[in-house]
Design a protein. Structure first.
Lengths: 408, 360, 360, 408
C-alpha cells in the first residue's frame, strides 16, 4: 500500500508553486491523523472522478443546540472508513479575529486529539471551522471548547455568527466600535444563535466605514456600515504635500474620480462641497494623510443582502440612513438605543410572516418595502431608494379625508 | 430541553475580544490617526498618541493544519508577545510595535512558505468555500482551483502595481457561500443538467411539498411513480440551481463531464467611488480539469491582464468596464458574447440596453 | 370578406408625403446643412445648396375646430404657398423661404390666439390624451388641465431661458396614451378604489377568463353570485390599474372624490447625454378640482421652478435630480417622501439604495 | 334655454388665458354643429360631477376593416342625444405631418358635414383624429376620405399607424430617410394595419437620429433611430468661433456633459476619441454649426417599448445595433434589405406564441431575450444589454461536445 500520509497522483501536483499548498497542510495533519490520511485518499478520488463524494448531513449536533455543526458522511465509507463521519464544528471567532497564541494552541490540541487536525481559519461567515470529526466526538469537543471559553457559531435557521472589521482596534476610519457591537450582538442573542427560531438564516456584519472591509453590504441580512454627517476634515498643507512631494495628480486621481463631482482643486487648495459629498471614502482613501472623515459619526443600517438562492442575489439596502452609535444620544435622532427594538420588530414580523427558507430580503420583496416599514414602525425616507417608483401600480390607501368624502 | 449536567457550559459566546488585543491596541483603541503601507504586506498604523503598530500580512491557504497554526504561533510568541490575527480574507497578520521585528517576521513566515503581501492595489487572498473537501453540493473543487490560480497570480500579491484592488472569490455551487456575487472576478462552480431523481429514496427522505416549493422556476411538479407519490422535473424549466438538492438529497445534479466553472466580473463591495455592484457573467462555462484547471487559470489571468492594461488608477474592474462599455470588454477580453450572457430571470428587462448609446 | 362595391377604395394608405412637401424641401431633401433658432418659435434651416427655409412654430390646443384649421390654411395660403405642418408635439408650423414673411406670419397667428414659441430650451406643447372629451377610461380630464397648466407656463413657451428642454405630458389613465412614462414632468390621472362589479351586466358582456387574466396582480378570481358565474376582486391586491375595466365594461373604477392626478418627474426620451429614462413618482395624489385644477398647476409650476433654479445648462429634470440625489430633490421641492414613492411592483428590489452613498 | 353654442359655468373659465382654448374651439364648431353643442353640455356636466360620461364602444367600424374607428356612446343620451353615438375615426397622417391647405380644407369640409367639426391634430400615435360622429356616418366619411386619397389608421390588435420625425425633409441630422421608411412600412403592411391578425397592437416609429423627436424609444414596439459609425466631423474654426464669439464655455457645456468623457478641449482644439463616443448627439446638438455626425450612416433598431399595462412600462432595447438604410449594401452587414424578413420573423413568432393582449416587449420578457433571438434568427450581441446577467440561473444548453461526453 502507498503511504497514506502523502499525496500522490493528481493532488501531488498541487504541492508546488509559490502559494501555500492546502495539500501540504493535509499531509502535515496526516502524519499523525488517520482522518486526514483518508481525506487525502478521498480527495484524490474526487480529483480523478471529477465528483464530490459527500452526502447530505442529516441532523447531528451538540445537545440543546440547533446549529453549529454541519453533518457530513462519505458515500464510499468502505474505502475511507476514517472519514465515514466527517462533521464540521463552527467555532465562534473572537471579534475581528484577534488571537493570543495560548488560546489558539489549545484549540489545536483539542482538534488534533478529537478531529482531523485540519481547520479553516476562517469560514466565509467568520467562524473557525474545525473540519471533520465523528458524531461521538462532537460533545467532547464542545465541552473542551467551552471550558477554554469558546462556543459554537451558527448554522441552519438561526442567527449566524456576527462578524466585524478590525475597526477601532487598528483602523483610523472606524466610525463606530465594530468589535463592541459585534460582541454585544453575539452575546445578547445567544439563544437565537443556537436555536432555530427563524424562518431561515440571519446574518449581522459590522464595518466601520463605507470601505466595508467585511463585505457587509453583500453578505449580511442586516449590515452596519460606519459613516459621518459633518464635513470632511482637510489639512491643506498635506494636500499640497501629496501634490508636490508625492507628485500625485490630485485632479485626475481624486477630483475626477469623485462620484458626485463635488470637489474642486485649483492647484493650491482642495475645496469640497460637503453637502453634495456622498461619503464614498475615495478621496479620504487616497489622500489619507490629508483628509479625514468628520466628527459627527455613526452608522448606516442596511437590510437584506444574500446569495442568489431563491429569488436572486441581493445587496442590502438602506433602512436607517444614520444612527448614532455612542452617547450622548439626542432625543430626535435614531440612536443605538433604538437598535434592540428595531431588531425585535424585524424578527417578530419576519418570524411570524416569513415563509420557510425565506430570507428577510426576499420577505421584504414579497410583502413590499412600504408595508415592511409600516409593520416595523419606521418612517419611509428618500434615502432608502435609488429612485422613486416608475410604475403607476400604487396601492393607494385612502386617508380619513378620502373616506369621509366617499361616505358623503 | 432535557436537563443538562450541572457543569455543562452553553451559550457562553466567544471570548471577549479585549482578552486578545495587543496592549498597544488597547491603549490606542479608537484613537488611530493614520496608516502607511511600507512595502507590500507591511503596514504601520500610527495612533494619536504617537504609538506605532506594525503589521505583517501573509497569505495562507485557509485550509490549514494544526501544525501550521502552531508554527504561526511560534513566530507570534517570538516577535509579537503572542499576538496575531486573521483578516476578513483569511490572510494571517503579525502585529508588533517594534520596527526591528518586521524583517525577521517577514523572513520567518516566508520561510514557512507564506508570501507576504496582499495590501494596497494588489490581488489579495481568494475568498472561497469547501468544494470536494467537505461539501455535498460542490460542482467543482475550491482549494485546488484557488491554489492553481493564486500560483499564477502570486506576483500581483507581492506587488502593488495594479490600477486598484482586485478581489477574486470562488464558490463551488450556486449557493455562493463565497459570496462571489460582488467580486471583481468570481469563479463559480456550476451544474448544467437537471437533477436525477431517485424516486425510491425520495419517498423516504424528502417532503414533497418542500421539494416542489424549493424550485425558483417552478420546474418541479408532484407526480406519482409506480403508484407512489414523487416529483418530476420539467427539464426545459430547470436552470440547475440545485436548490431542490439542498432540500432533498435524492435529487443530485453532479456529473463529471457536465459540471464545471463559470467566470463573473466587475462586482465590488466597497462604496469607494462607485456604489457596490454585482458581478456579471463573463465566461459561461469551462470544464472541470483537475488538478490545475489550466483553462480557468488562463481565463482568470487574461481578465486580470486586460483590466490591468486598460484601467485608470483606482478603477476597479467593474468601473473600468462601465467606462469602456461591455461590448468593448468582450472584444478586448476575447470572449464571445453568447445567449447565456443575456439575462432571462426575473429582472432581465432591467438589464437590456434601452438607449442608442453604442460605440462602434 | 364580403364582396365590395367596385368603386369602394380600401387599403390605399395615406397620401405619399411628397405630394405635400414644399418645393424647397423637395429640392433640398436630405441635404440640409444647418439650422439656427432666430427667436423663440422661429428657426431657419440652411441647405447645402444655400437655400433657406424659415419655420414659424405656434402653440395649438390639439383639440381644434375645422374653423380654426381653415384659418391656419388661410395664413399658409397667404404666405407659404399653401404649405404647413404639425410637429410631433402638436404645434403647428408655417414654412416659408421668404424671410420677410416671418414677422407677418407671427403676427397673424398670434392674432388668432396662438403664441409663437416652443423651440430650444423652452417648455413646448403638452402631449396629452382625450380625458372627459372622449374616453370612457378617464380618471381626470386632459384638455382642461393642459390649458390651465400651459396658461401658467406660457412665458416658458415664448422664451428660451430654461436650463434645457422641459417636456410635459398628460395621460388621463394608467393606459398612458400620452406615453407620459418618459417625460420631464408627467401628469397622470389615477383611480384609487377597486372596481365596482355589476354582476348582472358582467354576465352578459364579459368573458370571465379574460377578465381574470387581465389583472396584473391576480386580484380577480372567478366566483359565483346568486348562482351565476361572475368574478370577485380581492381588494387588498388591487392597485387600481383599470385593466379589468378595459376588458370588461361592468367593472368601473370612476369615483369623483377618489379619482385624481399624480405627478411624475425626471423622464426623458432623447439619447442626448443621459440614456432615456422613465419618469418617477413625485406627488402621489392631487384631487380633481375642475375647471382649473389649481393644486396641479401650482405643483407643476413648483417643479419647473426648482429645476430651473437648480439645474446646470442642458441638464434635463432627471439629470439634475440624479446629480443632486432624490432626497435633496424631495427637500427642495418641498414634497414629503411617502410609502407610495417606494416601488413594490415586480422590479422593486432594483430601485432600492444598495449603497451607503448618502448626502446629509 | 341657454345658448347651446356657448360654454357657461365651469367650462367658461377655460376660455381665458394665453394658451389656445379648446373650449373656444368647441364653441366655434358649435356655432353650426349640434354634436359640438351637445359636447359642450356634456363636458360641463363632467366638470361639475368630476366624472366622465362615456361608455365602452363595442364594435363599430367601416366594412372590411378591423380598426381605425373607436366606438363611443354617452351614458346620458336623453340629455345629449346628439352625442349619443360619438365615434372617432383615426385618419392616417401623411409622413412627418406635412400638408397642403387644399387637402386639409377638404377634410374639414367632410368633417363639418358628417361629424362634430372637431378634431385632434394629431393623436398620440400620429393620426388625425376626427372626433365624434354617428355609426351611420362612418361609411360615408370613409368613402369621401379615400376619394381624397386618405385612409384610416390603426386601432385594436393591428399594426398601428407608423410615424416619423421631420427628418430629411428639414433636419440636417437625419441619418436615414425617415419619411420614406414610414411611408413604405405603412403601404407594405396595409393589411396588417387594417385587420387584426396580431395578439395585440404593434407600433413602428422612425427617428432620424438619437435625439428621437418622435419618442420612438418610448412608444414603439419597433423603434428605428438613426445613427452613424465613423468619426464626428469637426470644424475647428467654428469650434473656436463658439468659444470666442459666442462665449460658450466649451469645457463645461460640452466636454463635461459628454456621457463617455471622450472629449478634450485645450482652449484651441476639440479632440474627440471617437472610439469611445456613444453617439449621444449632445456635442453636436450644442455646437451644431461646428460638429456634424459622420458619413457612415444607418440606424439602430430597438424593440419592445410600451405603456405600463400589463407588466409595467418598457423602453425599447437594442435589437440590431447598426443597419445600413441605403445602398450600396455590403454583404456582411445588416441592411434594410434584411428588414422585411426580420419583421416577418418577429410577427410570425409573436403571432403564434404571443398571448392575447401581450405586447411584443412583454412576450420577450416571458420567453427570454435569448430564446427570442434564437427563434427569429438573430445573433446575440453585447450591444443588446446594458450589462450581462448577474444571476447564475442560466438555462445551459448542452453542446454536441457535451452530449457526446455525456454518452460516453
Ligand atoms: C462553511 C461555509 C463555506 C466555507 O467554506 O467558508 C458554508 C458552507 C455551507 N453553506 Fe453557506 N457556508 C458559509 C458561508 C456562507 C456565506 C458567506 C457569508 O456568510 O458571509 C453565504 C452567502 C451569504 C448569504 O448568507 O446569503 C452562504 C450561502 C449559503 C446558501 C445560500 C443561502 C441563500 O439564501 O441564498 C446555502 C444554501 C442553504 O442555506 O440552504 C448555504 C449552505 C451551506 C451548506 C450548509 C450546504 C447545504 O447545502 O446545506 C454548506 C456546508 C458545507 C460543508 O459541508 O461544510 N450557504 N454561506 C461558510 C460558513 C463558515 C462559517 O461559519 O464561517
Ligand atoms: C485587514 C482588513 C480588515 C479586516 O478586518 O480584516 C482590511 C484592512 C484595510 N483596508 Fe480594507 N481590509 C480588508 C478587507 C476589505 C474588503 C473585504 C473583502 O475584500 O472581502 C474590502 C471590500 C472589497 C471590495 O470592494 O470588493 C475592502 C476595501 C477597502 C478599501 C476600498 C478599495 C476600493 O477602492 O474599492 C480601502 C481603501 C483603500 O485601500 O484605499 C480599504 C482600506 C483598508 C485599510 C487601508 C484601512 C486602514 O486604514 O487600516 C486597511 C489595510 C490596508 C490594506 O491595503 O490592506 N479597504 N477591504 C481586510 C484585509 C483583507 C485581506 O486580507 O486582504
Ligand atoms: C419639430 C420636431 C420634430 C417633428 O418631426 O415634429 C423637432 C425638431 C427639432 N428637434 Fe427635437 N423635435 C421635436 C420633438 C422632439 C422630441 C419628442 C417629444 O418631445 O415628444 C424630443 C425628445 C424629448 C425628450 O428627450 O424627452 C426631441 C429632442 C430633441 C433634442 C434633444 C434635447 C435634449 O437635450 O435632450 C434636440 C437637440 C437640441 O435641441 O439641441 C432636438 C433638436 C431638434 C431640432 C433642432 C433639429 C433640427 O436640426 O431641425 C429641431 C427643431 C428645433 C427646436 O428647438 O424645436 N430635439 N425633439 C418636434 C417638435 C416638437 C414640438 O412641437 O415641440
Ligand atoms: C386617441 C389616443 C389618445 C389621444 O388622445 O391621442 C388613444 C386613445 C385610446 N387608447 Fe391609447 N391612444 C392613443 C395613443 C396611445 C399611445 C401613444 C403612442 O401610440 O405613441 C400609447 C402608449 C404607447 C403604447 O402603445 O404602449 C397608448 C396606450 C394605450 C393602452 C396601453 C397599452 C399597453 O400595452 O400598455 C391602452 C389599453 C389597451 O390597449 O387596452 C390604450 C387604449 C386606448 C383606448 C382605445 C381606450 C381603451 O381602453 O380601449 C382609447 C380610446 C380613447 C377614445 O375614446 O378616443 N392605449 N395609446 C391615441 C391614438 C391616436 C392616434 O391614433 O394617433
Ligand atoms: S471598514 Fe473602514 S473602518 Fe473597517 S477596517 Fe475597513 S477601512 Fe477600516
Ligand atoms: S468622500 Fe467621495 S463623494 Fe465625498 S468628496 Fe470624497 S470622493 Fe467625493
Ligand atoms: S458554495 Fe455550495 S458547494 Fe461550496 S461550500 Fe457552499 S454550499 Fe457547499
Ligand atoms: S435544480 Fe433548481 S431549477 Fe432545477 S429542478 Fe432543482 S430547484 Fe428547480
Ligand atoms: S390615457 Fe386612458 S383615459 Fe386617456 S385616452 Fe388613453 S385610455 Fe383613455
Ligand atoms: S383595477 Fe387592475 S389591479 Fe384592480 S382588479 Fe382591476 S385589473 Fe386587477
Ligand atoms: S430625430 Fe434627429 S433627425 Fe429627426 S428631427 Fe429630431 S433631430 Fe432631426
Ligand atoms: S456625441 Fe455624445 S458621447 Fe459622442 S463625443 Fe459628443 S457628447 Fe460625447
Amino acid at each position: 500500500m502507498a503511504d497514506k500520509t502523502k499525496a500522490t497522483g493528481m493532488l501531488a501536483e498541487l504541492k508546488d508553486g509559490p502559494y501555500p499548498s492546502f495539500v501540504k497542510e493535509i499531509e502535515a495533519a496526516a502524519e499523525k491523523n488517520e482522518m486526514a490520511q483518508d481525506l487525502i485518499g478521498l480527495l484524490e478520488l474526487s480529483y480523478n472522478e471529477k465528483l464530490c463524494h459527500w452526502k447530505h448531513g442529516g441532523i447531528v449536533g451538540v445537545m440543546g443546540y440547533g446549529g453549529g455543526v454541519i453533518g457530513r458522511y462519505v458515500d464510499v465509507p468502505e474505502e475511507f472508513p476514517n472519514v465515514s463521519h466527517f462533521h464540521t464544528l463552527r467555532v465562534n471567532q473572537p471579534a475581528a479575529w484577534f488571537y493570543k497564541t495560548e488560546a489558539l494552541r489549545k484549540i489545536c490540541d483539542i482538534w488534533e486529539e478529537r478531529g482531523s487536525a485540519i481547520m479553516n481559519i476562517h469560514g466565509s461567515t467568520g467562524d473557525i471551522i474545525l473540519l471533520g470529526t465523528t458524531t461521538a466526538q462532537l460533545e467532547p469537543v464542545f465541552s473542551e471548547l467551552t471550558k477554554l471559553g469558546f462556543d459554537l457559531g451558527g448554522s441552519g435557521s438561526v442567527l449566524r455568527t456576527p462578524s466585524c472589521c478590525v475597526g477601532p482596534a487598528r483602523c483610523e476610519w472606524a466610525m463606530f466600535d465594530t468589535l463592541k457591537f459585534a460582541y454585544e450582538h453575539t452575546m445578547k442573542y445567544q439563544d437565537e444563535l443556537h436555536r432555530p427560531y427563524f424562518p431561515y438564516k440571519f446574518k449581522f456584519k459590522f464595518s466601520g466605514c463605507p470601505n466595508d472591509c467585511v463585505a457587509s453590504i453583500a453578505r449580511a441580512d442586516m449590515s452596519f456600515i460606519g459613516t459621518w454627517r459633518d464635513d470632511i476634515l482637510v489639512n491643506q498643507d498635506k494636500v499640497l504635500w501629496y501634490a508636490n512631494e508625492k507628485k500625485l495628480d490630485i485632479q485626475e486621481i481624486v477630483v475626477d474620480r469623485c462620484p458626485t463631482k463635488c470637489m474642486e482643486w485649483d492647484g493650491k487648495e482642495l475645496h469640497i462641497d460637503n453637502r453634495n459629498c456622498s461619503r464614498c471614502m475615495h478621496c479620504i482613501n487616497v489622500l489619507h494623510l490629508a483628509l479625514k472623515p468628520g466628527k459627527d459619526r455613526g452608522c448606516t443600517i442596511l437590510i437584506g443582502s444574500k446569495a442568489p438562492i431563491l429569488e436572486g442575489a441581493q445587496l442590502s439596502s438602506v433602512l436607517v440612513p444614520f444612527m448614532r452609535m455612542e452617547p450622548p444620544y439626542a432625543e430626535d435622532e435614531a440612536t443605538a438605543e433604538d437598535l434592540p427594538e428595531l431588531i425585535d420588530n424585524i424578527w417578530e414580523l419576519w418570524g411570524e410572516e416569513g415563509k420557510n427558507r425565506e430570507r428577510v430580503g426576499e420577505f421584504i420583496q414579497r410583502i413590499g418595502m412600504g408595508n415592511f416599514l409600516d409593520a416595523i414602525g419606521l418612517e419611509p425616507a428618500a434615502e432608502m431608494v435609488s429612485h422613486p417608483r416608475t410604475n403607476p401600480y400604487v396601492f393607494y390607501e385612502l386617508g380619513e379625508e378620502d373616506e369621509e368624502e366617499e361616505d358623503e | 430541553m432535557t436537563a443538562e449536567p450541572a457543569e455543562r457550559l452553553t451559550d457562553i459566546g466567544p471570548p471577549h475580544f479585549e482578552k486578545f488585543l495587543p496592549p498597544v491596541v488597547k491603549a490606542n483603541y479608537g484613537k488611530w490617526d493614520s496608516h502607511e503601507i511600507l512595502a507590500p504586506g507591511i503596514y504601520v498604523h500610527t495612533a494619536e498618541s504617537g504609538d506605532k503598530l506594525y503589521t505583517i500580512r501573509a497569505a495562507t491557504a485557509r485550509l490549514i493544519s494544526v501544525q501550521k497554526v502552531r508554527q504561526f504561533c511560534d513566530i507570534a510568541d517570538k516577535y509579537c508577545d503572542g499576538h496575531l490575527r486573521w483578516t476578513s480574507r483569511n490572510n494571517v497578520e503579525f502585529l508588533t510595535t517594534k520596527k526591528e521585528n518586521v524583517e525577521p517576521i517577514k523572513k520567518e513566515i516566508e520561510a514557512l512558505g507564506h508570501p507576504v503581501g496582499g495590501t494596497g492595489n494588489s490581488i489579495t487572498n481568494i475568498v472561497h468555500t469547501q468544494g470536494w473537501v467537505h461539501c455535498h453540493s460542490a460542482a467543482t473543487d475550491a482549494s485546488g482551483i484557488v491554489k492553481a490560480v493564486m500560483d499564477e497570480l502570486m506576483d500581483e500579491f507581492t506587488n502593488m502595481r495594479l490600477p486598484g484592488k482586485l478581489r477574486i472569490a470562488l464558490a463551488c455551487c450556486l449557493n455562493m457561500c463565497g459570496a462571489v456575487h460582488c467580486s471583481d472576478i468570481a469563479i463559480l462552480g456550476i451544474h448544467r443538467r437537471a437533477p436525477e431523481i431517485d424516486h425510491e429514496r425520495l419517498r423516504k427522505m424528502c417532503e414533497i411539498p418542500n421539494v416542489v416549493a424549493s424550485c425558483p422556476t417552478a420546474a418541479i411538479r408532484p407526480t406519482s411513480v409506480d403508484g407512489n407519490p414523487s416529483v418530476e422535473v420539467i427539464e426545459e424549466q430547470c436552470m440547475f440551481c440545485a436548490n431542490c438538492f439542498t432540500v432533498c438529497p435524492s435529487m443530485p445534479l453532479n456529473d463529471p463531464e457536465i459540471d464545471g466553472v463559470s467566470l463573473w466580473v466587475g462586482g465590488k463591495v466597497s462604496n469607494a467611488r462607485h456604489e457596490p455592484m454585482f458581478s456579471k457573467l463573463a465566461v459561461p462555462f469551462i470544464p472541470n480539469n483537475p488538478p490545475r484547471w489550466p483553462e480557468v487559470v488562463e481565463a482568470v489571468k487574461n481578465l486580470v491582464t486586460v483590466w490591468a492594461d486598460g484601467a485608470r488608477p483606482y478603477e476597479r474592474m467593474g468601473e473600468w468596464i462601465e467606462r469602456i462599455g461591455w461590448p468593448r470588454f468582450f472584444e478586448v477580453a476575447g470572449i464571445e458574447f453568447q445567449k447565456e450572457h443575456i439575462d432571462d430571470f426575473k429582472h432581465a428587462v432591467t438589464t437590456f440596453n434601452t438607449s442608442t448609446h453604442l460605440r462602434f
